[in-house]
Ligand binder design. Structure first.
Ligand SMILES: [Mn+2]
Length: 449
């Protein structure tokens, strides 16, 4: 009946309704984009799908008074003349409104950051690979309507943070960070965001986790316990990284990999996680065209069978016995040192010649201590320069093994507040690693091998 009433209204008034909508199972990026677009198009009605993700539901139930979204059933589809679609580009993702695909006279605007081709043919579109659709619309808002309320800014920030993992996901671009800066300037509330952006773990994610646990694989590769699983998944599913993290915990392995393939598009999302230093997930994912950091990463791969991906990952782990950089790759050698009989004056000369800030002190082959520039402050009188180094060196010796990881070495340096660690093998000093060696590693300035 409602459809009829609206139909007459539109006949009489010539009104063409304009609506804004987004994908079903709406996430924060979806809601934020719909609302942001409604500020750009005040004449349009923001419509949210019936299915919202649980975090969004919780947020909206508390902020009801600030956001008035329409329900699909409030809208007579016949009256819709213009449609703004945000954060989606295919009709099948629009839920109740997907039947609008048949309507030929529709004028369509599209804002999206999904780069896989969709079947919505827009008359106007802004579609770029940024971390969140919200980023695109906020960029436009910043130009047109720079004043936002703190609550609006908070919703927009939640959209960007959710889709970029607080600006840490590989797809994050500088534009996302600029939008975040603008929103923080508009008093977006980080406390609110923290309490609403809990990891997505709902019934769908639970089903996937249980499915993965049904056929667990656990193999030993290169001394690491590695688990691999592959699953077919229809359409976009958020929270897969959380699922893999939970799987990793339950399986109690050093690393786990999961391939989630969408049979319709033949695209696979590969997610990896590792709890050991030796397996660099970021490097493995980069070899698949993705990215990440040593403990977690992902890649989107098209047209590859999960078995082939499995094979490639295993080959990578096998071929990189030392996937992670070891201290022996970073340390300097041969080691400059001073004998324990040297005077402080001699030490000062060697430090200046070598341009370093500290030296190991050896008695024959035995490491006795470390003397560093700051030990010179312990001297009270100039004639103490004639005293042996033993009197001023630090004999609290903290060392590392050559096969230790950089992380382990860095932790020791921080814990003991020291700038250099002797590298010992079978009781002999074989090298020295300094704070700046560790920095060089962290800033990825290692020469390619
Ligand atoms: Mn999005």
């Amino acid at each position: 009946m409602q459809g009829n009433i609206n139909f007459f209204a539109s006949q009489e008034g010539g009104l063409a309704v304009k609506i804004i909508t987004t994908h079903k199972n709406t996430d924060f990026d979806g809601v934020a984009s719909v609302f942001a677009a409604s500020l750009l198009h005040p004449e349009a009605q923001p419509v949210l799908p019936r299915s919202l993700n649980p975090n969004v539901q919780a947020f909206l139930s508390i902020h009801k008074d600030h956001f008035s979204f329409k329900h699909p059933k409030d809208i007579a589809l016949d009256d819709i003349g213009e449609l703004v679609v945000v954060d989606a580009n295919s009709w099948s993702r629009l839920d109740d409104l997907s039947s609008l695909a048949e309507k030929t006279s529709l004028i369509i605007h599209l804002w999206d950051h999904h780069m896989e081709p969709g079947d919505i043919e827009a008359d106007w579109s802004c579609s770029r690979p940024v971390g969140a659709t919200t980023t695109l619309i906020v960029g436009q808002l910043q130009e047109e309507k720079p004043g936002l309320s703190p609550i609006q800014a908070t919703l927009f920030l939640a959209g960007i943070y959710e889709d970029t993992g607080n600006l840490t996901f590989p797809g994050t671009v500088p534009e996302d960070a600029s939008a975040v800066a603008f929103l923080l300037g508009q008093q977006a509330d980080l406390n609110i965001i923290r309490s609403f952006l809990r990891p997505v773990y709902g019934p769908k994610q639970k089903d996937i986790l249980f499915e993965m646990l049904k056929n667990p694989t656990r193999v030993k590769v290169n001394g690491y316990k590695v688990s691999f699983s592959a699953l077919d998944i229809q359409g976009h599913t958020p929270g897969l990284a959380v699922v893999v993290a939970m799987y990793q915990d339950i399986m109690n392995v050093d690393a786990s990999f999961a391939v989630f393939r969408d049979p319709k598009t033949n695209r696979a999302m590969v997610i990896g996680r590792s709890s050991v230093d030796g397996l660099d997930i970021g490097a493995i994912m980069r070899s698949l065209g993705g990215g990440g950091h040593p403990n977690a990463g992902s890649a989107i791969v098209k047209g590859r069978h999960p078995d082939a991906l499995h094979e490639q990952i295993m080959m990578f782990i096998k071929g990189h016995k030392q996937a992670a950089v070891q201290i022996s790759d970073l340390m300097s050698f041969p080691v400059s040192y001073v004998p324990s009989t040297a005077t402080m004056k001699q030490v000062a000369l060697v430090l200046r010649q070598k341009g370093c800030t500290g030296l190991p002190v050896l008695d024959g082959d035995t490491l006795m201590g470390i003397i560093s520039r700051r030990d010179f402050k312990k001297m009270r009188k100039p004639d103490q320069l004639e005293l042996p180094v033993k009197a001023f060196m630090s004999d609290r010796i903290i060392t590392v093994a050559p096969e230790s990881s950089v992380v382990q070495a860095a932790k020791l340096m921080v814990k003991h507040d020291i700038g250099r660690l002797p590298v010992m093998k079978d009781g002999a000093l074989i090298g020295i690693v300094t704070r700046s060696d560790a920095m060089r590693y962290y800033y990825d300035l290692l020469p390619p091998d």
